[in-house]
Design a protein around this ligand. Sequence first.
Ligand SMILES: [Zn+2]
Length: 265
Amino acid sequence: MNDDWITRDALIIVKAYPNPSSKYFETVCVAAITAEEGWVRLYPINFRSLPEEQRFTKYQIVRLRMKKHETDRRPESYRVDENSIELKGEVSSAHNWRERWQWTRPTIGPSMCDMVTQQKESGKSLACIRPRVVEGIEVEDGETEWSDKKKSVLDQLTLFDPADKTKLEKIPFIFRYKYLCENPACKGHCQSIIDWELSEFYRRVRDQGLDREGIIAAVRTRFLGDLCGPTKDTHFFVGNHSQYPASFMILGVFWPPRTAQTDLF
Ligand SMILES: [Zn+2]
């Protein structure tokens, strides 16, 4: 039964930055919402090898065939029939928060603290949570190069696809959101941000010639000042690590204006 392919309309919520993997080559982990299953994790998807007409964006509705992932036991994980990917409408205009809310609202909760304590029992590995207070963004210098193992995967990729000149880049920083969740007893969370948008933002400001401090300041202005500002009803999309289920990362940020949500009631 679990091997059955099913066809779904899924709203793409996050694309996590690709990671060279010897098993799947360069793949993307996508988190999406379906009306039937709620959160789904779709992988592997060889996004950069998808033809243009199948390259979905964030907040795009995609029709696809999927089936339960046979090796990843997390309940939300599905394998995708890449050939079936068909782009539908986009819910991506800046004024479309209301429609995004309609998809996102049923997936909210519980608090991050509760997610962690309930994880073993629930197996839940994807969620939308609301930070009570975002305290800051911490920065750690990461590796500037891929490990040798990952580099060899990338080299093989280039062999397979010599037309692809855009070499996948390693972002030399690890950014983490430090925040308190809605649980009143929360002692704080510090979770790495693996949102593709942050990587793209990094490349954009780096290409403007900013130095390390300038890049970090720009990231904080955007991801703290703008996305978590007082006029925003900020939520985080979180997902866990398959090997460390109690360890969650921030896959994306949802930042509707504060009024959009209250309008719905
Ligand atoms: Zn907490």
